[in-house]
Design a binder for this molecule. Sequence first.
Ligand code: ZN
Length: 244
Amino acid sequence: MTGHLRPRPGKAIHQFSFVDALVAGLYEGAFPASEVRAAGDLGVGCGDALDGELVLLDGELFVCRGDGEVRAVGDDELLPFAEVARFEPTFTRELRGPLGEAAFEELVDGLVPSANLFYALRVDGEFDRMTVREAVRQQQPYLGLAEAVKQQHESTVERTRGTMIGFKGPDVFQGLSVADFHLHYLDSGRAFGGHVMDFELVEGVLQLEAYATFTLRLPQVESFLEAELDDIDADAAIRQAEDS
Ligand SMILES: [Zn+2]
């Protein structure tokens, strides 16, 4: 175990749109992938029309779709939501399994100095089991996230090697961002991935960086500008979407 978890000046989490907008069904792509990639080299998000889960890994942007396809995202594609950071980990720790999702989160909670900062995390490792889900492409008129996630695709693979990336955010940011852990997975063959639901880690390396700055860019597409966002039961919907 080496390093520190003090946020450094000038380092920030950059978010494009916010989770309550997704809860309200605002899945229209609003940000060119090139701008998302310019803001960081590690991150998560979702595809246009909620078509799959984004994984930004070492500056390369992939989308893991509900039909199991994983493909690179073109610079001109428009994205409705992303959360990214320029990842320069200050803390590294080797992990020895078996380590399930709950135990992993408990371990990270025990390492970080405060629950009220943002953290980016990355785990490169071997997993006995990895369960992910991918949202599937929605048709207009878009239903809210609570309805959309009922169609999501879930799959489990055994014996997989790859990278889990994502964030841990403060609870008070629920709705703007995701409270607590939000992790996506991409295997080393770039053939399997999605939003992490559950896993069993065999062994791996955990890297972390803390951030005290959070920036948020709002969409400027018509559907966002005209949306009524004052009556959303966001917390329940996000919990359902993240945990179901
Ligand atoms: Zn996700």
